[in-house]
Write a protein that binds this ligand. Structure first.
Ligand code: MN
Length: 284
């Protein structure tokens, strides 16, 4: 299934995308309101009802797709997780990591798959893009073994891990540089795990104003998705709706000293998961 959040006629709802329509699934899970996190809390119980529901349906062209999860408890991201990206960072003077490098994107940065993204007043000079595959957790878990990690995944989505590089490198933690409001576009929906044969075999492409800047298979991750879940869950309980950004390949803007300007359009596509496209605008 493709689980979405969408707005029609001023009201945001939960839905499932079927061909070129989105079906309002609210009647199958009324207590969730427009929260995908609350739906995922009970996904095993409500899945059959969601699969069965067929109306009301709206043409995708008539709705606004929103961030598929807008209220997660956490949004974690791994850095330096593709070898060629590590090499371009090393060329810029940043050391290669010897372990998984994790940081938070504060959840208030999350925005829709086609929403405008700010060039912040406080960080106008070094705003950058990062194409990534996103994972959403489906089961509350701790101490997950690598061989069991797939069973706690609800699904996958497309990420642009927008970053203010000056703020990122100004401090030993990346939190502020990764967390400006609107710097978390995700979507266009969650593709559930059962629809993806192997999450590590998907091509990911980023275009800036129609020109390709990043292209990689998700198979090129240094630490794969299951390694990431095992590592994180040694530390913390992972909960339904938690988001994980799994790292970006080479080709980020800083490597070529090309940062975002107002009017730039960044499009990220992953095979089987869809496309997000965001325009950069000066913060008002
Ligand atoms: Mn990233």
């Amino acid at each position: 299934m493709k689980l979405a959040r969408f707005t029609f006629d001023g009201r945001t709802r939960l839905g499932k995308v079927v061909d070129d329509h989105v079906v309002d699934i609210g009647a199958a899970v009324p207590e969730a309101g427009d929260s995908m996190r609350l739906l995922l809390d009970r996904f095993d119980e409500v899945r059959g009802a969601i699969e069965a529901i067929a109306s009301p349906a709206f043409p995708l062209a008539d709705v606004t797709l929103e961030a598929p999860v807008h209220d997660p408890r956490k949004y974690l991201a791994i850095g330096m997780n593709y070898q060629k990206h590590v090499e371009e960072a090393e060329a810029a003077g940043h050391g290669a990591p010897k372990t998984q490098i994790w940081f938070n994107k504060q959840v208030t940065c999350i925005t829709g798959p086609y929403a405008d993204v700010d060039i912040p007043k406080a960080a106008p000079d070094m705003v950058d893009y990062e194409a990534e595959m996103g994972v959403v957790i489906g089961k509350r878990c701790r101490h997950v073994r690598v061989e069991n990690a797939r069973s706690v995944i609800a699904g996958y989505f497309v990420v642009n891990d927008v970053t203010a590089r000056d703020w990122q490198f100004r401090s030993p933690t990346f939190t502020l540089g990764k967390s400006f409001d609107t710097h978390g576009p995700i979507g266009p929906w969650i593709t559930t795990d059962d629809e993806i044969a192997d999450p590590h075999g998907l091509m990911m492409v980023l275009e800036l104003n129609g020109e390709e800047r990043q292209r990689s298979s998700t198979n090129d991750m240094i630490y794969n998705i299951y390694d990431q879940i095992a590592y994180l869950s040694q530390v913390m309980t992972l909960e339904p709706g938690d988001l994980i950004a799994t790292g970006t390949p080479s080709g980020v803007g800083i490597a070529g000293n090309r940062f975002m300007k107002a009017g730039d359009v960044v499009r990220v596509s992953i095979d089987g998961l869809g496309t997000i496209e965001n325009r950069f605008v000066d913060e008002r």
